[in-house]
Design a protein around this ligand. Sequence first.
Ligand code: ADP
Length: 622
Amino acid sequence: MPSSQSPRTAVRRYSAALLLVTAASLLRLGLDPILVDKGPYLVFLPAAAAAAWYGGLGPGLLATLLGAIGALAFAVAPAFSIRPETRADWLALALFLIFGVFVSALTEKLHRTKRRALDAEASERRQRLLSQQTLAGIGDAVLSTDVVGRIEFMNAIAEQLTGWTMDDARGRPVRQVFQIANEYTGAPAGDPITRVLQEGIIAGLANHTVLIKRDGSRIPIDDSGAPIRDESGNLIGAVLVFRDIAERRRAEQERERLIRELSETRDIIRSVFRKAPVGLALCDLDLRFTRVNEALVEMTGLPMEAHIGKTIDELLPGLPAEVTEAMRQVRETGTPFHHESEGETPAAPGKRRTWDIHYYPIRVDDHIAGIGAVFQEITEKKAWEAELELANDNLKQFAYAASHDLQEPLRMITSYTQLLKKRYYDKLDSDGREFLDFVMDGANRMRTLLEALRDYWRASKDGEEPATVDCNAALETALGNLRASLAETGAVITHGDLPKVVAHEAPLVQIFQNLIGNALKYQSEAQPQVHISASGHGAQCVFSVRDNGIGIDKKQLPKLFGAFRRLHGSKYPGTGMGLALCRKIVERYGGKIWVDSESNKGSTFYFTLPLASGEAASAQQS
Ligand code: ADP
């Protein structure tokens, strides 16, 4: 039986045939007194037809056969014989059999046709279900229309993207539900379904198309439409697949932005490289130039292309081998290197030139991919430095000689003014006496200034090598020298244990004496309190001299250590050379000096000196 119906098994169908024939036989027996020998096949005809109708060909034929036997046995004389006696009996039997076979064959054919129709219908239903479920479950939005472009189906994503529900959209023209426009102009865009239905081809959307949702909002989409055809190839509708490409568009825009940024950055880097005012070069691992900039080209005096692919010694044989060696070293160790190198280049034949060259490894991921080099020409700077040093030396000699040579005439002025005072003071009137005092004061002041100047220049004069000096002893000496001022001011001096440093004792005493002397001099009403301490910082020791005096205006601090700088005028005696001298001494040993102060808040002067070996750890803040 057909699979689409509740199954009629063969047993049921053949049993039904048997039952029908049995029933017909019983009926014939029951009707026998009425019918006698008339219409022997009368009841068997419907039974055979019913069996064929119910069971098809087999049961129909069986019922025909059994019906013929039943009729012969019960309805045709002689009774209970199945052999036809007369020609009429044979004819009736033949007609019955023909009828039975014909009806069975006919019903079988009908059954088959029906079965096929049912099978086809079921298959179509299955197919429809399958495609609807596939479309519903697909990741893209899908809608389909009939042949005139009316919506027949939309999956959930299509509902979501268009803002229409399937129920609302069903039967509406596709243009009403699927409205599209150009993203930039807003003009309505060609609808692919119409093209598909008109031309029967697969059609896609133009770029930059937005779908206008039911609420008016717009989303960029991408789509394609295809015709739906029946088995005979007739166009019966169209299907449209579309998707929201906002995310993809954003990613594309982001990628475009990054590419733009990258190319801008690349252009900037190129331009910086090309136009940098120092010579720049990139070399591969064979130390051959891969790129050079304009400044380097100018330095070498060779065209840019001549550099590429050459090593520096091939290109500039006038440079010493140490340059190539330095590059090799950077390539092997991965550590930047720096040196000054001298040589000759085709740009200035016969001229010795000096360069300050930095080499550094260029790393890509974790390995060295090349060597970078920065060339800065310092030929002129070197020449200036040499000139400056010479001028400085001359100046030193001149200042020292002047301060020394002026002492003699000054001594003469001093001794004769003293003589003048001794012999003629009483003979002068009050003006004369006042003038003489001024002359003597001026001479004294000049002597002090000349001495300070001489000390200043002496401070930087090369002499004995610096040695280990105990700062405690130097401080004691300085305090001894300041004994009178200490007594006069009643100052309280405190200090901790000081380390040993590498210096000369006399200049060290001078620093302490100048700084503590100033701390006593630039005092307010309060009792002077001065604290000296030291703390180690690596190989250097930082000393501090703190007072509670009048302090210094912050604006004045930067100028403080210049020669003849005086901030507080003639109210306090002095030459303005003390701090300049301190700076000169400290710098001679590679140290620094600075001050932290504010008006009326006291001052703290700091200076650094190199610690003697073994002192670093023990130098503590005291
Ligand atoms: P001076 O002989 O005038 O003391 P210095 O070179 O020793 O020359 O000092 C320069 C100036 O710095 C001083 O004139 C003073 O104005 C200021 N100064 C130095 N030390 C102190 C201090 N401890 N407190 C306030 N001002 C100071």
